[in-house]
Design a protein around this ligand. Structure first.
Ligand SMILES: C[S@@+](CC[C@H](N)C(=O)[O-])C[C@H]1O[C@@H](n2cnc3c(N)ncnc32)[C@H](O)[C@@H]1O
Length: 283
């Protein structure tokens, strides 16, 4: 009996997982963590500053406090916690919450349709493929770029420790987003030149970052689609978290384009999530 009750409670938590996603999304959109940077505040004051209803905001913050994001003191004021602190400023973590709470949330709401139709959930929700959407909505595209840096950025140092990039002279980062990984590689290897290749709008947004890293001389920005071609002449083609976005046929096209474009002795470097056999979590 006791076991049954626990299982039901556990299942209820899982069923209501979307409450958490949306509550974090509200805090991220309203910049609640920034509003609390100078000390605890009452939800009414926070509501006034954020332009929302204080009593409604209280409910969201109380829910988040129950999972360690913000904490309420004896006077009913909320304060930052280490978890809440990750949402401060223009951090990639905040962008990650904004991306998941908005476009990705709506796409996951179409999961059943996707399973039935075989179409991507994003297309079911928005009517166009994800990267076309972000090209047409540059503000949201910038949120996506930043979310990627927030999510994958910490991988750069371990990658650079684990793999010897010094053997390459011309590295093409295919689908390189805002260039944060390429910047880290080029800074570590001053003899190397790089090409940041991504969709035209993405590359446009990446320009200032490359420039302020002082890498304009060694890093070329090329806009285009890897479904059509990739820039030629590199001795390394890096695909980090790119292939998993595509069906097998498209992934094969992208890889073939890299093969055709590279120097004869070139290498394709794939950094990707691999779902292991068995039941261990991998998402
Ligand atoms: C999941 S993100 C990974 C970004 C980056 N490589 C990283 O590790 O953070 C996938 C990238 O592929 C790019 N992309 C999508 N479609 C593309 C296309 N047709 N041609 C070139 N790049 C594309 C996106 O703009 C995005 O920057």
């Amino acid at each position: 009996m006791a076991e049954g009750v626990d299982l039901k409670a556990q299942m209820n938590q899982l069923i209501r997982g979307y409450w958490t996603t949306q509550a974090i999304f509200v805090a991220a959109e309203l910049r609640i963590a920034d509003l609390l940077a100078d000390g605890p505040k009452h939800p009414d004051e926070l509501g006034r500053q954020a332009g929302v209803k204080g009593d409604m905001l209280y409910r969201v913050l109380r829910a988040l406090a129950s999972i360690g994001i913000f904490a309420e003191d004896d006077e009913g004021r909320f304060m930052l916690t280490p978890l809440a602190d990750t949402l401060r400023g223009d951090s990639g973590q905040r962008a990650y919450a904004r991306l998941h709470g908005h476009e990705l949330y709506q796409s996951w709401a179409k999961l059943l349709d996707a399973v039935r139709s075989g179409e991507a959930g994003f297309v079911e929700a928005f009517g166009i493929p994800i990267f076309e959407y972000f090209s047409k909505n540059p503000d949201r595209g910038a949120v996506f770029d930043k979310a990627m840096t927030g999510h994958h950025g910490p991988e750069a140092d371990p990658m650079l420790e684990a793999y010897d990039f010094s053997r390459f002279k011309d590295l093409v980062d295919v689908g390189g987003g805002n260039g944060s990984l390429l910047i880290a590689i080029l800074k570590r290897h001053p003899q190397m030149r790089g090409v940041l290749f991504d969709l035209p709008r993405v590359v446009e947004r990446a320009g200032p970052g490359i420039e302020s890293a002082g890498l304009s001389e060694r890093c070329r920005l090329v806009g285009g689609s890897f479904l059509e071609a990739v820039p030629g002449g590199g001795d390394a083609y890096l695909l980090r978290h790119v292939l998993h976005d595509w069906r097998d046929e498209d992934a094969a096209v992208i890889l073939r384009h890299c093969r055709n474009a590279m120097q004869p002795s070139g290498k394709v470097l794939v950094v990707e999530i691999v779902v292991p056999a068995g039941n261990d979590p991998s998402f």
